[in-house]
Design a binder for this molecule. Structure first.
Ligand code: COA
Length: 196
């Protein structure tokens, strides 16, 4: 005798119907029009969602375009873009210390990371972070530093899962809609040289 299978509660799609996007991350040294448009759209959506990147209010398409074109020209900055199914939906920057800062020439900064709300939850941020770490290691950096608003809980979970250690807090790190927000500072040793 076969048992009746109860009706599924809610609309859970069959596995075959769940789209798993193809993810990729690359270092961008130039941006074609289509990629730049998609990057600005992703940035705009992330800002509207309250997602960091310094901006609280979207500065508008033209300002974002100028901003990203400018980033490509800054010698200390490397821009990484993440794609879901070929479309740019994420970015992050690797920032090197200025040349006069010899004492900190072993460390770089991970900054301005975000994934557009419509591309989240598929592993793109993790992939982007790992690619940036790989690039930093390849360039000889031993330490990667980053900081984040306390309200960015998804990012904090990601950083801690990847082994970043919180070493400090800033009580007045950011001001968002008239409210002061704490900031957390993280660091990760990428490679040791035996003398550390
Ligand atoms: C943080 C952010 C980049 C994550 O992007 P994402 O592509 O969705 O993240 P991933 O799918 O790669 O998830 C990687 C890990 O992040 C953490 N994470 C992601 N989303 C999370 C959520 N909503 N809640 C808790 N942890 C979360 C988890 O540790 C996850 O690992 P798991 O899937 O094994 O649990 C994205 O939510 C975002 O852009 N947020 C706003 C901007 C921001 O906070 N930027 C960082 C400022 S420094």
């Amino acid at each position: 005798m076969s048992e009746a299978i109860p009706e599924a509660v809610g609309a859970v799609p069959p596995l075959a119907a769940i789209h798993v996007p193809r993810l990729s991350v690359e270092r961008a040294t130039e941006l074609g029009d289509e990629d730049l448009q998609a990057l600005c759209e992703a940035t705009n959506a992330a800002i509207l969602d309250g997602g960091g990147f310094g901006w609280v209010n979207p500065p508008g398409q033209q300002a974002l375009e100028r901003y990203f074109r400018g980033v490509l020209l800054v010698p200390e900055r490397e821009l990484f873009i993440g794609r879901a199914d070929g479309v740019v939906t994420a970015s992050a920057q690797l920032v090197r210390p200025p040349r006069n800062n010899e004492a900190q020439s072993h460390s770089a900064q991970f900054m301005h990371a975000f994934v557009a709300p419509y591309a989240r939850g598929h592993g793109l941020a993790r992939l982007m972070m790992l690619k940036v770490e790989e690039r930093a290691r390849a360039q000889g950096y031993r330490v990667l530093n980053l900081d984040v608003r306390e309200t960015q809980t998804a990012a904090i979970a990601l950083y801690e899962a990847l082994g970043y250690q919180r070493w400090g807090e800033h009580p007045a790190y950011a001001r968002v809609r008239g409210k002061l927000v704490r900031g957390f500072f993280y660091t990760k040793v990428l490679k040791r040289d035996g003398k550390d």
